[in-house]
Design a binder for this molecule. Sequence first.
Ligand SMILES: Cc1cc2nc3c(=O)[nH]c(=O)nc-3n(C[C@H](O)[C@H](O)[C@H](O)COP(=O)(O)O)c2cc1C
Length: 513
Amino acid sequence: MKNRELQTAWKYHEGTKHSYRSVRSSTHFLDWANRPQPFKIYPAIETIALPRDLLQTGVAALAAISERVPLTGGDAVPDLRELARILFFSAGITRQRKYPGGEIYFRAAACTGALYEIELYVVAGDLKGLDSGVYHFNPANLSLGLLRKGDFRGNLAQAAAMEHAVAHAPATIACTGTYWRNAWKYAARTYRHFGWDNGTVLANMLAVAAASGLATEITLGFVDAEVNRLLDLDTRREVALCLVPIGRTAESLLPVPAEAPALGLETIPLSKREMEFPAMLEIHDASSLASEEEAAQWRERRPAVPPPASAGEVVRLQPLSQEEQPADTIEEVILRRGSTRTFDPAASITLAQLSTILDRATRGLPADFLAPGAHLNDIYLIAHAVEGVAPGAYYFQRERKTLELLKQGKFRAEAGRLGLEQQLPADACADVFFLADLKRILEEYGNRGYRAVQLEAGAIGGRMYLAAYAQHLGASGLTFFDDEVIEFFSPHAEGKSAIFLLAIGKALKRKAL
Ligand SMILES: Cc1cc2nc3c(=O)[nH]c(=O)nc-3n(C[C@H](O)[C@H](O)[C@H](O)COP(=O)(O)O)c2cc1C
């Protein structure tokens, strides 16, 4: 089983670390003339326009990101309008801006470099307004392109070893990653970005589905080759990353898997030339599940790891009360969200605002690899300007809902350095670092644990974005110098690996001229 050959994940992780030296010695450059197209376009398939009058759920964003819809109970079947709402608010175009070389189409969820390498597909039975089939979501014109006619849910259920949520879903969204669209800028580090950028999409998807009363579950336990074949992917270019069953039906007699021959559908090339990065093909292959047995083993959920004892002074979280919480709807918040480009270094946030973000974003993800209360990433932070919290480095004790002081001090310069010498983390009010015990995770989950830990960080980070914007604050994902982050938080963080970084603060208001 390649999934157990753990040196592949270690080799990829070590080989894609950023350091002061690696960034300076990199020979990679941006070839603007060869910039990839932002959309996957099938020029010759039947398309179904999605409804544009997407009614808002009216559910408050802070509730939508943190409350679960149980998988048990009666039927909950989305119609086409609900499905369109989920797709649009996960990956639809929410803003566009011209730049000298063209136009950037910003999407609902944050994405490294605004390169949007995550594609969404739908595998559905008959729904109100949509015939059963396998579809590709095209955000460019808000449509579904028909790839296969008929009910292929049995194929997915089989690929996922009859995972309950997938086997009972009226529709499942499959998320894929397209290497070149992101690797044009980020080279081999793109495989980490797959997890981050898929994660932010999932934060939105789960929230809008929950607000629509539809249960979801992030599913990573599937036979890769089966799903890739069903979606007809050219796997040197694009690969399935996760499945998200949407809603549930009591119907247990799924159709037997249907024949899914190769389609070889034409798509518009992304660039004149594409470069391949063997390190990514290698980690993907080594983290693939080859059989239904492996897929079934994957979802034997590992118990939560007991929290470490607190050694330092602690600050108790004080989230806003129900009455104090903003009621802005999930749709309003997604439309308002956009990464903060300049933080106001003179601004501060309150402990209640920070607590609300941490509390709401970390109440657990519905995922086939997590037992209730379990998580893969540990959260550390540097507080620069949080009222009632001494500036310093902290460890977030989720179970106790406390921040444990690791070292007190003003660390703006250090934070700027850790965040790849950018100004954003230095000017933010707080920087949230996701660190993980990769050794334990890889031993328990195999190489696929590497996908899971990146994805979980992106999804929690995506929820933090939403929780910040729900409170009219700003946020931005960031990249970092891997080993320096661990050194900064050590000895507490010794042996862990840096996974993700998010800065939170207030946007600098431009002065009127
Ligand atoms: C995981 C992640 C890492 C990011 N890293 C950086 C970064 O290092 N520097 C930066 O200026 N922006 C960073 N961004 C912000 C993206 O550039 C931004 O999400 C993208 O341009 C899309 O714009 P929007 O978030 O405003 O919709 C990051 C975003 C994510 C999700």
